[in-house]
Design a protein. Structure first.
Length: 323
């Protein structure tokens, strides 16, 4: 019977199914997420892993090459796993796509509204019992109507963001490695701009692209200087796309108006100076955090692994070169 290491909260039904078919060791990630070294020790020698974004590097894969057969990542992104090393070692890697699109798109618009309408500041002001009189001069924000939003990475989630943005009267632009065909652009009412034009023309810059060698630190001092002084950057993708110290510098110098971040360069650590800025809204990597989305993600992660070992199927395989 195959041995499975589970580093994720799982629904009761899925957990019972796994227990019937596999030998399980469960780390309850609700209490603490294992760091890279801890994971290396506790997950050693298993045939399958259900991962909640844990770093699974080439050293771990190499050390477990005689036992490890499959990794099921609970999430769409998989930059936490060395895919090349997995493929070379014959380890199948799976993800859970297209289940969180709406949830992430909803939070994207929520963060934009929160930062431009100063919702978090107003909420704290009222709860701190500071509201004593006329509110006319308090928390003046900005309108979305007729402004430009630029989405970098117009994939499935980006398209959902585009649909929602249009309902607020925003004009939607995008930048991708590959330009969409005319029918898709018309369907979502989006227009392509090259990178420099997009960041210099759009008031709201939304990041939804994967983390790659090319996209790491895509936004540094150089890019922030090109952005509008009244612009906002919203990162829903991966923290390392933005160099956080440069973002802080741009915010303090008023080179841009604000930021809303769901991901961080060295999460769960956050650049301390970000915590002191009133023009920043922060969330703890919660883009998919709805009951429906995360339950479905956990269910699919379990099914990916179960079907691989019991049926030999490769649904939602990430490393296409796997044999």
């Amino acid at each position: 019977m195959n041995k499975i290491f589970v580093h994720c909260r799982l629904p009761k039904k899925e957990l019972e199914i796994l227990k019937k078919n596999f030998l399980l060791k469960i780390h309850h990630s609700k209490n603490i997420v294992l760091n890279e070294d801890e994971f290396f020790i506790k997950a050693k020698g298993f045939n399958g892993i259900i991962s909640q974004g844990n770093v699974i590097n080439k050293n771990f894969i190499k050390a477990n090459k005689n036992s490890l057969k499959a990794i099921s990542n609970v999430g769409v992104g998989y930059d936490n796993i060395d895919i090349d090393a997995a493929t070379k070692s014959g380890v199948a890697v799976f993800n859970t796509p297209n289940l969180m699109n709406g949830a992430v798109a909803d939070l994207t618009l929520g963060l934009i509204l929160s930062v431009v309408r100063k919702i978090c500041l107003g909420n704290k002001f009222v709860k701190d019992r500071k509201w004593k009189g006329n509110s006319w001069d308090l928390f003046w924000g900005e309108s979305l109507q007729s402004e430009k939003i630029g989405i970098i990475g117009l994939g499935n989630i980006g398209k959902e963001v585009a649909l929602r943005a249009r309902s607020f009267g925003l004009e939607v632009f995008y930048h991708n490695r590959n330009i969409l065909n005319n029918s898709t652009e018309k369907k979502y009412k989006v227009k392509y701009l090259n990178f420099d034009d997009l960041i210099s023309r759009c008031k709201f810059i939304v990041l939804l692209l994967p983390l790659t060698k090319e996209s790491k630190h895509l936004f540094t001092k150089k890019e922030f200087k090109k952005m509008r002084k009244d612009s906002y950057i919203i990162n829903m993708a991966r923290g390392k796309i933005i160099k956080e110290t440069d973002l802080v510098d741009a915010l303090k110098k008023n080179q841009i108006a604000g930021a809303a971040l769901d991901v961080f360069e060295n999460e769960p650590k956050v650049e301390k100076k970000l915590l002191t800025l009133n023009n920043v809204v922060l969330m703890p990597h919660a883009g998919s955090a709805t009951v429906i989305a995360r339950t479905k993600m956990m269910q699919l992660a379990c099914n990916n692994l179960k079907n691989f070992f019991l049926k030999g199927t490769l649904d939602n395989l990430v490393n296409k070169g796997f044999k």
